[in-house]
Design a protein around this ligand. Sequence first.
Ligand code: ZN
Length: 271
Amino acid sequence: MIRVTLWYENVQEEGIASAAMTESASEEERERILRDLKEGSERIRRQYPDGLMGTIAGALRKEKDLEVTCVTQQMPECGLTQELLENTDVLIWWAHVAHEEVPDEIAYRVVRRVQAGMGFIPLHSAHKSRPFMYLLGTTGTLSWREGDFCRVWTVSPSHPIAKGIPESIELSEEEMYGEPFDIPKPDDTVFISWYSGGEVFRSGCTWTRGYGKIFYFQPGHETSPSYHNPYILKIIANAIRWAAPEIVRERFDCPNVPMSPEEKRKNAGRI
Ligand code: ZN
């Protein structure tokens, strides 16, 4: 069994106002922010009655070789205890509006686990998440525009992540993400998306960092129906199997990844 952990920010779907959103707001502004949050939450729930992450989890749980655990940012330690990460083969990450609310301590815990061998699949707006930026060393910035028709082209048909995926997939509505996408040159570009505005985007890219494999996949705006599309779900399942580790290092020393005192002790004397 491949042990998959789905990490979900869950702020918009729950309509949660962060401290940063309301701390300097007047009473009137505060009411408007809370009203907008409620409307946003209702839009997501209309599109995904089982929840955005619940929809992905439901699809993955039908796959016999996957064992799925769901956690959210609202849980203690953002749901990412050391113990859970050590029992995760592949971590999926969906986040949008509260990237900075994942403390560096947790973000680097993820980075170290990927360096040791855990697979990592950041989805959609996770291109600005801390683990993604820290692992790749770039800002992840891109251009974007709200809802548009999107065609996802399979440009590496022989890649394991493209197994069973047609030449192209039509998405009736998806948020436009466009180039330039500030990422290091991918090991493989598996998908490129085209939008009716004429933009193109490297929407499915792979890298390795240490022993870990990373796949970024763009479709999945919270109010677009992409996670109802069977091909999008199949790509995520394929990516999990591709990213599942062959080998995990128990100990390692990586000078650019901050370590806790306990990890420093464990790594003492190792190069
Ligand atoms: Zn989006």
